[in-house]
Design a protein around this ligand. Structure first.
Ligand code: ATP
Ligand code: MG
Length: 579
């Protein structure tokens, strides 16, 4: 392919709205174009990368026994009403009406559609198990679309759904997908780890997220070097502090003017933060986003609250728990912003973290402006509607499995696998007849990969100051042959010979024959990130070229034959790795 004929437009300047390297570099290299906030188009080079990621996903899914289908993005509301998610999905769902006011959504995910297909077409145990997948555009009206392809409102997902006869079958299907994901992300060149994850609104029991390591990632991962535990911070349990056997002292309310934060009150009273109780105030919302209740959550003053644990305890969707409007909540519950404690609250659900009942003589807000109460003890002074572990694990806390101090790292969730169980099959009546002609509910799993997000994750891991450094299996082209002077007949002839020889081996080559200064061509080659650069210049007539890898090292003068054989060996080996 001749670069002079290609539709490529690279940018010198950094687009203002882009923060992450992946976003900046994909815009600058002309791979993607922003259409509107959170919505992107793929330009020729970007589309080639996307195709490569898709094809890796497709090959591995097919090899694992998955069968590809393609469903509509438009989904009728009725199916979501049946599963109970039409109301519960919340504001991320992109809802549309047709001309007759019939309601639809642009699919954020496809459990309902796949379950509907299977329940209508599978009736016997002989037809199970089934694993169907698609690579398709998803829509989620994200509250904060950002980071380009990383968190967009329209994105490409591979979603697969497995249907089994029983739990054992699901366990096998899940393991199969888990192993397949490992192969997929290895082939994409990612450095990643599967970590235990919360199942959240989608329901079900076990789940793992596949997380690509990246300092800019939105996921916080907790891991233990001793026992290899790894989980998202939302999923990890934070171990309770040991119970205290100190004697209970008399409770006493004291004047603590202007001490609204834990820090301030602890300093003012000369306490450790761990001797105080922190209050977090929430309101819960119904399906129409009206406030339908209040929650006051209490954790030890030096802890944070893990909101996902509260959401799961209450059995509500994620968007249904929001920070309270404190003034309104005060009217109903008697809380006082900055001075809220667990004693004397009314009309709200009180959730107390599991370690608090074991601690003694804690200080909390007195539900009175500028006052706190000292020496509060659970059971004697206050009680809760729910006592449960709602605290967020922190770096250095004991590992919930083995007790060694845990470490934190950041990552990008590129995929997630779930054991759904019978949540959807039961709600939607996806049953089959077993050997005894008895009706049984199918047991489901679902498995997603953010194909477009994976592209961004790869760039996060593979770039330098000059641009992208694509791993060979996902590079838009493998080799660029830079012709220093395209008008020079010897140079063009040698470049075309190299192009033909490499192409014959299945290697993808661009010839940069543009009428540009060599410096411009080199800059673009680095920005776009072709893995191998072969420069054809002054010594073309002698058959000598320069050979350089995008990953680093100096340019070497070699014969054209040598350049071809080195490049092909390197590329073919990389393409076959992890297969
Ligand atoms: P997140 O927690 O990042 O919002 P999720 O857990 O809601 O993602 P899933 O429902 O598990 O996402 O979707 C499967 C995969 O789709 C995710 O693992 C992720 O790679 C990708 N994905 C989800 N939301 C987006 C988005 N807004 N933009 C791009 N990719 C996304
Ligand atoms: Mg997920």
């Amino acid at each position: 392919m001749k670069m002079s004929k290609m539709y490529i437009r690279t940018l010198r300047e950094v687009p203002a709205e882009a923060e992450l390297p992946s976003h900046v570099l994909m815009l600058r290299s002309g791979m993607i174009r922003k259409i509107v906030s959170g919505v992107y188009g793929y330009m020729p080079l970007g589309k080639r990368v996307l195709n490569k990621v898709e094809n890796i996903v497709r090959e591995e899914m097919d090899a694992a026994g998955g069968q590809e289908i393609l469903m509509s993005a438009i989904q009728p509301a009725e199916l979501w009403v049946e599963s109970g998610r039409w109301g519960a999905y919340g504001p991320e769902m992109w809802r549309v009406k047709d001309r007759n006011s019939r309601e639809f959504c642009l699919g954020p995910t496809h459990e309902e559609i796949f379950t509907d297909i299977i329940r209508n077409e599978v009736s016997s145990y002989r037809q199970l198990p089934v694993n169907l997948y698609q690579i398709q555009t998803k829509y989620r009206d994200e509250a904060r679309p950002r980071f380009g392809l990383m968190r967009s409102r329209e994105f490409i997902m591979k979603d697969a759904y497995s249907f089994d006869r029983d739990q054992e079958g699901l366990d096998a299907s899940y393991q199969n997908m888990y192993d397949t994901y490992t192969r997929i992300f290895n082939r994409c060149g990612l450095k990643f780890a599967p970590v235990e994850a919360d199942t959240g609104a989608i329901g079900g029991s076990d789940s793992h997220e596949f997380t690509a390591f990246a300092e800019n990632g939105e996921s916080q991962i907790v891991y233990c070097e001793k026992c290899n535990m790894a989980a998202t911070d939302e999923r990890a349990e934070c171990v309770d502090a040991p119970a205290s056997d100190a004697a209970m002292l008399a409770a006493e309310t004291v004047h603590t003017p202007g001490t609204k934060t834990i820090e301030e009150v602890a300093n003012f009273l000369g306490l450790e933060k761990s001797q105080t109780i922190k209050a977090l105030l929430y309101e819960t919302l119904d399906d129409d986003y009206n406030v339908n209740g209040y929650v006051a959550a209490f954790v030890r003053g030096d802890r944070e609250v893990n909101e996902i644990k509260i959401i799961n305890l209450l059995g509500i969707p994620e968007h249904a728990l929001v920070m309270a409007n404190e003034e309104k909540m005060a009217e109903v519950t008697g809380c006082v912003g900055g001075f809220t404690g667990p004693v004397g609250l009314k009309n709200c659900k009180i959730i107390v973290d599991s370690e608090i009942p074991g601690l003694r003589n804690l200080c909390a807000g007195a539900n009175q402006v500028d006052h706190h109460t000292l020496n509060l003890n659970y059971g004697r002074d206050f009680e809760a509607d729910i006592v449960a572990n709602i605290k967020m694990i922190a770096e250095g806390d004991p590992c919930p499995v083995c007790g060694a101090p845990v470490k934190f790292t950041r990552g990008i969730e590129v995929g997630q696998v779930f054991k759904l169980g019978t949540k959807y099959s039961e709600a939607m009546g996806a049953t089959y007849k077993d050997e005894n002609m008895k009706d049984q509910v199918m047991v489901m799993g679902c498995y997603g990969i953010g194909v477009s997000r994976t592209m961004a994750a790869i760039v996060e891991q593979y770039h330098d100051d000059n641009g992208i450094v694509w791993p060979i299996p996902v590079a838009p082209y493998h080799v660029t042959v830079t012709v220093v002077k395209a008008k020079d007949a010897d140079q063009m002839a040698l470049a075309e010979k190299i192009e033909a020889e490499l192409s014959a081996k299945g290697i993808e080559v661009v010839v940069d024959d543009r009428d540009e200064r060599p410096g411009v061509k080199f800059k673009d080659a680095d920005l776009i990130g072709f893995p191998v650069r072969i420069v054809v210049g002054k010594k073309a007539a002698e058959g000598i070229v320069e050979y350089k890898l995008r990953t680093g090292g100096d340019a070497e003068e070699v014969t054209a034959e040598e350049a071809v054989s080195r490049a092909s060996e390197l590329i073919l080996t990389a393409l076959n790795a992890h297969k």
